[in-house]
Design a protein around this ligand. Structure first.
Ligand code: NIG
Ligand code: FE
Length: 405
């Protein structure tokens, strides 16, 4: 076979050999091929071999660690504008919830997104995709949730579709109409009834819904009402759960067979056990804890009890303006107690699983999409130590060099 591109002599090619969802031992193991050639054909991984591979083009992998392209399975793009003043207020003692209840927070981004033309949203967020790609991310999930009215929520979903069409990063969308209660409604339930009323239109863009299940936002009863209505219309479920207080959102997620329960900073033993006994993925986003100066999710306890874990950035203008996957991995390892192997699998195979892409992304395997991140490292175990250095040498997307070389 004549390949289109060969990465020649890669120091390490690192990937899970097991199909996700990975938990326990399979989560802690990586298969490492040393000094190998990686052949790509028609945008797919075609060969991993010690022998020389014929190809139209070659790039040197010498001195490089090759990882599956990173999959960020939880961000809040597309948004508009910045909230740095709010960040500074928090450094002076105001809490995230204080600011939100005073009409700032999510609602201030809602105002900005409602006022922005779709083209402006596209160009504002395109820059983030470019920066994420340069940091090794090849697939990004984004959500609506800064519209809180039918027109703007659908506008955000359309913008995500356009972003995926014009940028080589793969973009997956989620509907988060249930992100906050807009000023136009006086109760969570009346707003959720309105949202349920346009779910059929949302279905043209995505089959996944998310909800911010949190004290003073959507409580357990309202969350259950919304998720059951969404299930009845064929949607899969994700939840922002137990982020600020331990309300029981993760238990509900497990009960309803949700794809994921995300955040979990306040999740206690009962929630950890419920997740561990289910297939619902615990999505940890320690960048948010760092940005808000709050506690960290109990990653070690989740892993030890057998939960499926994924890592993501939660990139958004309020609670976490961080998208660097290697910084997030560093925090997952140093603050949540994950091993480097668990962190890599959680940002690749398991996060691809969260997005329904377990059969094509997140692993280096023949027939999988050739989405690869080449790091200027000799050993993958250097990642949490060298996270703040310029370690991304190149990014291959669908078989083509999309960044570096
Ligand atoms: O995941 N928790 C709710 N939503 C986001 C924050 C969004 C914002 O502050 O704009 C989060 O942290
Ligand atoms: Fe979030």
């Amino acid at each position: 076979m004549i390949h289109d591109l060969v990465i020649a002599g890669a120091s390490q090619v690192v990937s899970s050999s097991k199909e996700p969802p990975l938990r326990k031992e399979s989560l802690s193991r990586l298969e490492v091929f040393e000094d190998v050639n990686l052949g790509i054909k028609d945008g797919k991984i075609a060969s991993i071999s010690k022998s020389r591979l014929a190809s139209k083009h070659y790039t040197s992998g010498s001195g490089s660690v090759v990882l599956p392209g990173l999959v960020d399975c939880h961000t809040h793009i597309p948004f508009y504008g910045t909230r740095y003043e709010e960040f500074l207020m928090r450094t002076q003692g105001k809490s995230y919830m204080d600011i939100m209840q005073a009409g700032g927070g999510i609602l201030s981004t809602v105002e900005a997104v409602r006022g922005a033309a779709a083209e402006d949203l596209v160009s504002f967020n395109l820059r983030f995709l470019e920066e994420m790609l340069a940091r090794g991310v090849t697939t990004v999930e984004g959500k609506s949730g800064y519209g809180l009215d039918k027109e703007t929520e659908l506008k955000q979903l359309r913008v995500l579709k356009v972003l995926g069409e014009i940028h080589n990063i793969s973009v997956i969308s989620t509907f988060l109409g249930a992100h906050a209660i807009p000023k136009e409604f006086d109760s969570p339930r009346s707003y959720l009834e309105y949202v349920v009323g346009f779910l059929d239109e949302v279905r043209h863009y995505t089959d996944v819904v998310d909800i911010f299940c949190e004290d003073k936002v959507f409580g357990l009863d309202d969350t259950e009402y919304f998720l059951k209505e969404a299930t009845a219309r064929g949607f899969k479920l994700r939840l922002h759960a137990d982020e600020l207080v331990s309300l029981g959102g993760s238990k509900l997620a497990a009960q309803l067979g949700a794809i994921s329960a995300d955040h979990l900073v306040a999740a206690g033993n009962e929630s950890i056990n419920a997740l561990a006994e289910s297939d619902t993925v615990a999505v940890l986003m320690p960048g948010t804890s760092f940005f808000l100066k709050e506690g960290y999710a109990r990653g070690r306890a989740l892993v030890d009890n057998g939960a499926v874990i994924a890592l993501a950035s939660d990139f958004n203008p309020g609670s976490c303006n961080i998208y660097d996957p290697f910084f997030v991995m560093h925090l997952a390892i140093t603050r949540c107690g994950l091993t480097v192997e668990e962190a890599i699998n959680s940002y690749t195979a398991n996060s691809a699983y969260v997005l329904g892409l377990a059969q094509s992304k997140g692993r280096i395997k023949e027939g999988f999409d050739a989405d690869l991140t080449l790091l200027d490292l000799k050993d993958y175990r250097e990642i949490p130590y060298r996270f703040s250095h310029d370690i991304v040498r190149a990014v291959i997307k669908d078989g083509e060099v999309a960044f570096g070389a």
